[in-house]
Structure formats: C-alpha cells, structure tokens
Design a protein around this ligand. Sequence first.
Ligand code: SER
Length: 320
Amino acid sequence: MRKILVTGALGQIGSELTVKLREVYGAENVIASNRRVKEGHEALIEGGPFEIVNINDPKQMAEVVDKYKVNTIINLAAILSAVGEKDPLACWDINMNGLYNVLELGREKNLQVFTPSSIAAFGPTTPPDNTPQDTIQRPTTMYGVTKVAGELLCDYYFKRFGVDTRGVRFPGLISYQTLPGGGTTDYAVHIYYDALKNKKYTSFIAKGTKMDMMYMPDALDAIINLMEADPSKLKHRNAFNITAMSFDPEELAESIRKYIPEFELDYDVDPVRQAIADSWPNSLDDSAAREEWGWNPKYDLDAMTKDMLEKLKVKLNIKG
Ligand code: SER
C-alpha cells in the first residue's frame, strides 16, 4: 500500500492532487504537508493527515516520513519562474536544496520520488517547435537552471543509488481552484477570472507568444499514471515532455469568445515575463511519454475553456 507524502500540498498542483490521491489511495494514506497553513484550505487540512514541513529542514522531513511510514514522496514545494527572477537565491535554495533533502530521504529509506520539471528547463537555444524529448537545455532563468539541475540530480540518484525517481516537464497549468504562485504562464489562468468578472483582460504576455499549456485534471492524471507505470517500460525518467495544447493570448481569447462573445483582450507587456516566455519552446514533442507510459490528455483548448468558465462562475458566484 502506498503511503504518500505531498510537499507543497497547499500550492496550485498540490491542493488538487492531494484530494485526488486521497480518493484513489485512501485519505489516511496521503500526508499533505506545507511550510505554512494557508487560508481557504481547511477541507484539505482536515480531510486527512496534515503536517507543517519545511523541505529545507531534513530532520523535520525524516520525522514525518518515519511517523507515517511514507514510501512515496511527491515533491511539489518550489518557487516558480517569475518569483524566482525576483529572488534567485531563494529559488535555488528551495528548488535544489529542498530536492536534495527529498532525494537523500529517498536513498536512505528506499522511497519512490516524483519531482515536476517544466518547459522552463529549455532555453533560447533549444529548438522551439516540436521540441524533442532529448535536446539542448541551456535555460536562462534561475527557475530553469534548478529544473535542469533537478532532472540531472534525479537521474543520478536513480542510476547511482537505485532511487525510483520519475518526473514530467509540465507546461503552464490552468486550474480554477488555487492560483499559481508567480509564474510566466499565469496569464492563461488570470484571463478566465477577468473574462467572467470584467469581460476584459490586459495580458502581460505579448500577442503571438505561443506556449504549451494543460488543464489541471490532465496534469493530475499524468502524475498518478507515471508513478504507477511499469518501470521496465521507462527508457526516460527525469523528465518526460508532456503537453496538451499550445496557444498564444489571441487564440485563448478566441476560445473564451465562444462563450463570452463581448470579451476584449488588450496588452501591457511585462518585459521580464515576456523575456522568459520568449526563451521557452512554442510546443513540445511528447511522443516519449505517449510511448513509454501511455500519456494521453483529455482536454483541448475549447474543452478546457468550457469547464474553466463553468467552474469559475460557480466559485466567483457570477450569475447569468
Ligand atoms: N508555469 C510555470 C511558470 O510559469 C512553468 O513551469 O513558471
């Protein structure tokens, strides 16, 4: 039986993944952890074991792993790209030293470890279209540096110590429950809130900037399916390209107009986040994930837009 510790459980991915894992594996087998309690997450905190854990504190981590006899860690505690450029040292400290602590626990206690990488693990010299699984990775953000280094470290722990490390390169993730914590792809979440509230959005990412994206239910399936995948089929491990769609702000606005015809989009481009977006691929080749563990997303852009608008309408209590 799996005993799963989720770090960063109150973040954008963790807040939904924890609930889904509890449905699949049983509430008592999924230990949610976060470095602090955050308002609005009472149901998750009370819905199963919850611990305050700082991934930069290896002793605290080890105590929680021992207390619950954890055999799997899903390490979602991280600083995203835009915040990482504001405080690169904190980004390194949490993303790398935190991961090192997780991997060391994996080695000492024989745990399976999932760590998300990102489209940010690529850079301006990477082929931008249909970006291959194995290609040039010279990112120019601290977040990207920690993602490439993290991929390498996870591969090292697998090859050198036999730790069952697995990971995916997530594109921008879109969800209606918890906001992302300061990334470059966040515009594609904010746009839905403003479309419902104001029928208008001002994008900090420029027209024509394509990035890979994915709706959260597909991201959750990716984590669970890869963790459950037959290891003998995995030629890669850290980390698989995965994507569900690729669009620029205009294409996203067009999709929203199918449901809110009067929606208006204009631009006030943020040079920092635009430079980050320009350094990332336009679209990934995810064939290795499809072949090795059956990756197959369910949501395209219009299916996502329909669901996002329906769910957000209820959440924001918008009538009509
Ligand atoms: N969504 C992330 C970011 O924008 C990419 O991994 O930082």
